[in-house]
Design a protein around this ligand. Structure first.
Ligand SMILES: Cc1ncc(C[n+]2csc(CCOP(=O)(O)OP(=O)(O)O)c2C)c(N)n1
Length: 324
């Protein structure tokens, strides 16, 4: 348990994790109504990872995300109303309703985008980190990627370049045990994905991704190194997703009851609450008050998203080019 965190930080961490959980659990229900266009990949279960990492970042720092990006967006401070509207394909969405679940980006928040191309984030983050290094502004880049993505050449090349150039990058592997329906032991030959770091001359660290405090500590050290010009780190957080690969996945590749058992035994929100309450740092009543506020926020975001207009045909011609 970390002593660095003040009470207000602990409550902020809990609120962020709760926002991600309620956002995802509600999307699971909303998707079943058939009103959400496109694919939706839920992050529920992995909240401690995005939260423990992004608590260390400012709007100047950059993150790249994956197809499972809602948690990363929320942890990086992207507006929840804008996200819900975006997922519903509405004009009031973060990207004007033209991106949808898999392409939410908010450059003002340093969120370079969720990405439907597995392995596409790390090269983008190397570019952002190189820019930060040239500018000397102390900015860092964090590239989130999954266990399946860890086998992509784009990521291995990025690790090599980041290490050779000592870029301020954190390669943040979210090992949730499955790449679509393929279990991690079928495609990763080492016990830990972080073991690969040695081949690139960078530190490799594996932590329990269900323990917010473990993630927070390890991410803090990796980000400190990056800001100090000491180069990249590969940080692996072992976690799990509660839902299928995408909404509609029957999960026949998972043992019966696996997801339900994980909710009982490895829920990062429960683990956080137990530890923080036992240490006398927060009270159960304080956490319950947050739960209520977050539920109301998510409900409001759905009501507003449903009522919002769709983009017009003319909107299709906006946001096509960016001037620098
Ligand atoms: C370049 C590319 N190859 C394949 C796919 C199809 N695909 C989408 S998600 C996925 C699995 C990703 O697994 P992982 O990286 O472990 O992330 P997780 O879904 O577990 O979060 C695959 C193969 C893709 N979108 N892009």
């Amino acid at each position: 348990m970390t002593s660095q965190l003040k009470k207000e930080d602990l409550l902020r961490a809990y609120r962020t994790m709760r926002e991600i959980r309620e956002f995802e659990d509600r999307l699971h229900i909303e998707f079943a109504t058939g009103k959400i266009p496109g694919f939706v990949h839920l992050y529920s279960g992995e909240e401690a990872v995005a939260t423990g990492v992004c608590m260390h970042l400012t709007d100047e720092d950059r993150i790249s995300s994956t197809h499972r990006g809602h948690g990363h967006c929320i942890a990086k401070g992207v507006d929840i109303h804008g996200m819900m509207a975006e997922i519903y394909g509405k004009k009031t969405g973060t990207c004007g309703g033209k991106g949808g679940s898999m392409h939410i980006a908010d450059l003002e928040k340093g969120m370079m985008g969720a990405n439907g191309i597995v392995g596409a984030g790390p090269p983008l983050i190397c570019g952002a980190a190189l820019a930060a290094k040239f500018k000397g502004n102390g900015g860092v880049g964090v590239a989130f990627f999954g266990d399946g993505a860890s086998n992509q050449g784009t990521i291995l090349e990025s690790m090599n370049l980041a290490s050779v150039w000592k870029l301020p990058v954190i390669f943040l592997n979210e090992n949730n045990g499955y790449a679509e329906s393929t279990g991690v032991s079928y495609n990763v030959p080492t016990p830990n994905i972080a073991d690969r770091a040695a081949g690139f001359g960078m530190p490799g660290v594996t932590v329990d991704g269900n323990d917010f405090f473990a993630v927070y500590e390890a991410a803090g050290e990796a980000i400190r190194r990056a800001r100090a010009g000491e180069g990249p780190t590969l940080l692996e957080c072992k976690t799990q997703r509660y839902f299928g690969h995408f909404e509609g996945d029957a999960m026949t590749y998972r043992p019966n009851g696996e997801s339900q058992n994980l909710r009982k035994t490895k829920d990062c929100l429960k683990i956080f609450a137990e530890k923080a309450i036992a240490a006398g740092l927060v009270t159960a009543a304080e956490l319950e008050a947050i739960d209520k506020e977050v539920l109301a926020l998510i409900e409001d975001s759905v009501v507003k998203a449903l009522a919002a207009p769709k983009p017009t045909a003319a909107d299709l011609l906006t946001g096509v080019y960016v001037s620098y």
